[in-house]
Design a protein around this ligand. Structure first.
Ligand SMILES: Cc1cc2nc3c(=O)[nH]c(=O)nc-3n(C[C@H](O)[C@H](O)[C@H](O)COP(=O)(O)O)c2cc1C
Length: 149
């Protein structure tokens, strides 16, 4: 099964912690959308999009990557880290246009020192933690099992 995860992780590497854990455990290909702008995804069985949440959205590099490169009707899964709350709407709007099916969504807190939070030492300190990493691995395992059925 050919799977890639397209990600952006620009604040504290929180999202990268999650996708690195998946890549280490499963050998999944990672595509850093802040560096790679174009790629043919037609051969992939599923694509993951992973991002921190910035101003209520997935990172613009991930959104652009999806708009440009994601073929119609692909199987997609989503991962985000956030200081406050998960927000999948920005990426889901693109996926809807491309008639892609979303198998699952994962979110967890990520250390956040943006704006005034810096003054109090940040929020969600220590996240993603070991428990979050285990949860994302369970999530990914579930996706693979679902696709094998
Ligand atoms: C510019 C900026 C804007 C952010 N906006 C939000 C937001 O709207 N909602 C939220 O829950 N977290 C927000 N955060 C916190 C990040 O989503 C959180 O720290 C995330 O884990 C960062 O992931 P990364 O380290 O992979 O970039 C923001 C952080 C930054 C730097």
């Amino acid at each position: 099964m050919k799977i890639a995860i397209v990600y952006a992780s620009v604040h504290h590497g929180n999202t990268k912690k999650l996708v690195d854990a998946i890549a280490d455990a499963y050998g999944t290909e990672l595509i850093d959308a802040t560096k790679i702008k174009e790629k043919n995804l037609s051969e992939y069985d599923a694509i993951g999009f992973a991002s921190g949440i910035y101003y209520g959205k997935f990172h613009q590099a991930v959104l652009n990557f999806a708009s440009v490169n994601l073929p119609q009707e692909k199987t997609v899964f989503l991962i985000c880290t956030h200081g406050g709350s998960a927000a999948f709407g920005s990426i889901e709007a693109i996926l809807k246009n491309k008639r892609c099916s979303i198998t699952d969504r994962f979110s967890c807190k990520g250390y956040d020192t943006f704006g005034p939070f810096r003054l109090i030492g940040g929020i969600a300190k220590g996240h993603p933690d070991d428990k979050d990493i285990k949860s994302v691995l369970d999530f990914y395992d579930g996706i693979i099992k679902k696709m094998q059925v």
